[in-house]
Design a protein around this ligand. Structure first.
Ligand code: G3I
Length: 371
């Protein structure tokens, strides 16, 4: 009788252990890997020494991107003076945890160092500075960064090439010539590391709209003329209105048809928060999860979508509250105490479902390997 009871108890314990290891085994990283996807987060080396931060990042993601550490302000703080310390820390963390590194970014109209913005350079001087920067940064990280956002946010919402130091203020000598300066950046990046995948990255382009039309026209032209470009990054900084998601799948499909890779690069979903940083309306966390689900499902269903990345991963560190003066926040999939939110479970479930679709997974893997 006692023996039977003990055997029964042992069986229950084994079943429980198996069930809990099943739950523990379910990380984004594992499910994304099964779905042939890279799943990434933007991160800051300043937080790597925080145990919860490092543990969550390394266990849940197989890709890492520097939120700020590879931008001009960090890598060339003075003209001709290069500093790779922070970028190297990102690479070291990724290598220690077998994560791929996405580079961000080589050229942007915003947040450039003051020596560059206030330097009163001639177009020739700017062109030389741009070429040197791209060459030095890409060469330094060659073999470590597998994909670069070469140019970030070059179009405005009407689809016009944005006025910028690189284009027409005064520009590198190609003012008025549309995307010619962007093409230069891609060619120089390719020279510096022919193996790196080169991406154009933009915000508010997830739907079919004037901006994504302009990006589409540019990348189609680049592909037709052999300009080295491998993919398009859709940032997807979203709100609860899910702007652009109705036409997201259709938009991705037309880029995929050009033979490009697609990365979701900066996903977050800001919701109204109170002074404590927590959601004002508890129901919003579920609505937020639905937005995350829609983005994850659209990416997972599209074989050309090879990476899915969020802009940070814990609400403890997100650019949204600062940017919106405390109105929006709680935008990520772990809360400020590293507890998974409904959005985490929604993304995980979408990846699990995607992993079961072996045809799409096989196509995605083939695309990932192809330049
Ligand atoms: O580290 C300094 C700190 O020492 C200083 O005291 C403080 C005072 O301003 O600034 C700190 O640096 C800030 C940095 O974030 C780190 O927090 C910069 O001022 C601030 O400009 C910088 O903002 C970043 C922003 O890009 C500009 O580079 C955000 O963190 C980053 O999330 C944001 O990321 C962009 C993507 O690159 C492109 N797409 C949009 C996205 C959101 O704006």
């Amino acid at each position: 009788m006692l023996a039977r009871l003990l055997r029964g108890a042992a069986k229950i314990l084994l079943t429980l252990a198996a069930a809990s290891s099943l739950v523990l085994a379910q990380t984004l990283r594992e499910e994304a890997t099964r779905a042939g996807l890279l799943v990434g987060a933007a991160a800051a080396p300043a937080h790597f020494s925080e145990a919860d931060y490092a543990r969550t990042l390394s266990s849940q993601f197989n890709m890492l991107e520097a939120e700020n550490a590879m931008k001009w302000t960090a890598t060339e703080p003075e003209g001709g003076v290069f500093d790779f310390k922070l970028g190297d820390e990102v690479v070291a963390f990724a290598q220690a945890h077998q994560m791929a590194v996405r580079g961000h970014n080589l050229l942007w109209y915003q947040h450039n160092p003051s020596w560059l913005v206030n330097g009163h350079f001639s177009p020739d001087e700017l062109s030389a500075a741009m070429q040197e920067h791209i060459q030095r940064v890409v060469e330094h990280f060659a073999g470590k960064v597998f994909a670069w956002d070469v140019v970030n946010e070059a179009f405005d919402d009407q689809g016009r090439v944005r006025s910028s130091i690189w284009y027409d203020q005064p520009g590198i000598g190609l003012a008025g010539k549309g995307t010619a300066y962007i093409e230069k950046a891609f060619r120089w990046a390719h020279q510096a590391d022919p193996k790196a995948l080169l991406f154009y990255n933009d915000v508010d382009a997830q739907g079919v709209n004037a901006k994504s039309d302009a990006i589409y026209a540019m990348v189609k032209d680049f592909k037709a003329r052999g300009v080295p470009l491998d993919g398009v990054g859709f940032q997807a900084h979203l709100r609860l209105d899910g702007k652009g998601l109705d036409t997201f799948a259709r938009n991705l499909a037309r880029f995929a048809a050009l033979g490009l890779q697609i990365h979701i690069t900066e996903l977050d979903v800001g919701i109204p928060i109170g002074a404590d940083g927590k959601p004002l309306h508890p129901a919003d966390s579920e609505k937020q999860a639905q937005i995350y689900r829609r983005v994850a499902e659209a990416c997972a269903a599209q074989p050309a979508c090879t990476a899915f990345q969020t802009w940070g991963f814990t609400d403890k560190y997100s650019w949204i509250p600062g940017f919106t003066h405390g109105k929006l926040g709680a935008a990520l999939i772990w809360d400020g105490n590293y507890q998974p939110k409904p959005a985490f479970r929604a993304v995980l479930a979408a990846f699990s479902r995607a992993a079961a679709d072996s045809k799409t997974v096989a196509e995605r893997k083939a695309r990932s390997e192809k330049r």
